[in-house]
Design a protein around this ligand. Sequence first.
Ligand code: UDP
Ligand code: MN
Length: 603
Amino acid sequence: MGVLSRRRSLLIKLVVIVSTAWFTIAFLLYSEDRSRPALALSLQNSLGNREARELVDDNAIDPINPFKNDDSEEKEKAYLPPPKKEEDNRVLLPPQSMAGEMGKPVVLPTNLSAEVKKMVDDGWLKNAFNQYVSDMISVHRSLPDPRDEWCKKPNRYLPDLPATSVIICFHNEAWSILLRTVHSVLDRSPSRLITEVILVDDFSDMSHLKQQLEDYWKNEPKVKIVRAKKREGLIRARLLGARHASGPVLTYLDSHCECTNGWLEPLLDRIAQDSTTVVCPVIDVIDDTTLEYHWRDSSGVNVGGFDWNLQFNWHAVPEREKSKHQNSAEPVWSPTMAGGLFSIDKNFFEKLGTYDSGFDIWGGENLELSFKTWMCGGTLEIVPCSHVGHIFRKRSPYKWRSGVNVLRRNSVRLAEVWLDEYAKYYYQRIGNDKGDYGDVSGRRELRNKLKCKSFKWYLDNIYPELFVPGDAVANGEVANGDRDYCLDSACKPEDMHKPVGLWPCHSQGGNQYWMYSKTGEIRRDESCLDYSGQEVILYPCHGSKGNQYWDYNQETKLVRHGSSDKCLAINESKTKLVMEQCNSELTRQRWTLENYDHSKRIK
Ligand code: UDP
Ligand code: MN
C-alpha cells in the first residue's frame, strides 16, 4: 500500500474542512438557541450515540467515548462476543451507536474537554489514525455499495467458486478496527466461501490482543488465532499465516480494512477461471481522521506502480489499458504492481515461493510478488467489482528494530534477483552502497527453475510508461560551477509546486539524482523542473515541452529554458536557483550534467 493520490487527499481535506466549518457554525447557532430541534437531530447523526443526545440535552461539550471507563457497562456490551449461531439466527449486538453508518464521516467537535482531547491524542499516538472515532463506530457498521451496476447482475460468477482462507496479520492493532475488519469479512461473504479467517498476531504486546481476543472469538469456529513467537514483521507473518491455511485460495488483508458487499465473489471467480491469476480488489480510502469510507466508480481506479527507488506508488489506469477494455463486458485492469491486499491460488503461491525471499519485516514485498507473478507465467489483475477499504496512514506507528536499514536490504535483494541489467539504476539512487544483503543464490535458482522472463520483457510489455534512466541523455547530479552546489530536492507528492533546492554536492544519489531526457526534461521519476516566470519548481512531467524544456549546451555549459529563453543560475549567496539573461561568462550559469552523452539526444 502507499500514498494517496494528491487529488484524492485534496478531496479528503475538503470534506474535513467543510464538515469542521459546519460544526463550528452549528455550535455557534446552538449556543444562541438551545431549543432548535433540527440542530439536535443533526448532532445526533454526526456523533450518533446516546452521549451525543445528552450533549444536546445538557449542553455538555463532551462526545463521550463509549468505552471511556474501562469497567463501564457500555464497554461490557461492546466487548461482548458474537452470540452463538445456533441460539439465534445471528442477532447482532445491540447497536452501539449510529456513528459512521453507511461509511459516513464522524467529525468530533472542535471544543473537546481536556480529558477527551487527551484520549483522542493518545489514540492517534498509538495507532497513527483516529482510534477514538473508530471506537465510537459499530464493528458491524454499514457501508455504501461502491460497485458499478454490472457487478450486481445475477449469475455473473461461476457457480462453484473455490473457498478462501483470509489471512490478517496484525501488530498492536486497535481493538475496534481489528474487529471491524474481521466482521466485515464474515458479514459480507457467503459463508461457504470462507474456509477460515486466520489472525496472525505478530508478537503484539497490547493486552486486548491476548486472552480478550480469544474470548471474543471463542464461539466463531471460522476465526483462528496464530501467534508468532517473536516479532517477525509483515512478510514472515504472512508466510506463517499461509502455513496454517487450509483453503485452496489465500486472501491477504491488513488489520484495518472493511470489505464491502460482494467483494469476494469477483476475486474468486477470476482465480477459478485461471489459477495463475493474482487478483487485487479496488482499495478504497477509509479516512484516518473521520473513518469516512471514500470510493469512486471504476473509472477512477488507481493502479500500482513503482519508481527506480524501488518504491511502490499509485497512478491512474494508463490510457493503453483503458482503450484495451473499452468494449469489454467486464474490464479488469492489469496493474504493473499488486497492492498489499490480494487473493492467490495456494498452489501458485507455493510454486512462486511467495514471501519466502529472505525479506525482513516490511517493504519490497509488493514489488517482489508482482515481478514474480508477471515474469514467471502469471497475471496480475485489479478487479473493479471488488472493493475493500483500507486506512492509509501518514506514518508507521510501530517500533522497528533500529540500526539496520531493512528497506534497503530488501530492495537490494529484490534488485539482485529480478532486475537484471536494470539493477544499476536502483544502485545509482542509493549512492551505489548495497550494504550487506545476505545470500540470494537460492532465489536466483528459483527464478531459473521457473524459467521466468527477463526484466526487460517486463518493462517493455507490462510497464512501458516507466521512464528508464538508460534512455536519458544524462543521469546523476546536476552540479553548478566548480561542482560545489547541486540541484537537490525530494520528489514526493508534497514536494510538487515547491522551488527546487540547492545543496553541496554529495555524490550519494538520492535527492541529487536527476535525469536529462531525450526530450529536454530534467526529471526524477514523474517530477520535472518547471519554470513559468516565478521560480524553478517541481511539477509533474507533462511531456509537452514549454515550461519543462531545458536545452543543455555541453560547450558553454548553459542550461537554457524553452519558453522564457533565460538561463538557469544560482544567486550570489548560493542559496537558491534563479533565472537570468544567458551569459556563459558567468560561473553561476555554468552546469555539469553527470554522464552526459550527446549522441543520445534527438536531433
Ligand atoms: N504488520 C505486522 N507486523 C509488523 C508490521 C505490520 O503484522 O511488524 C501488519 C499490520 O498490522 C498490518 C499489515 O501488517 O495489518 C500491513 O502493515 P501497515 O498497515 O503498517 O502497512 P501500510 O498499509 O501502511 O503499508
Ligand atoms: Mn495498512
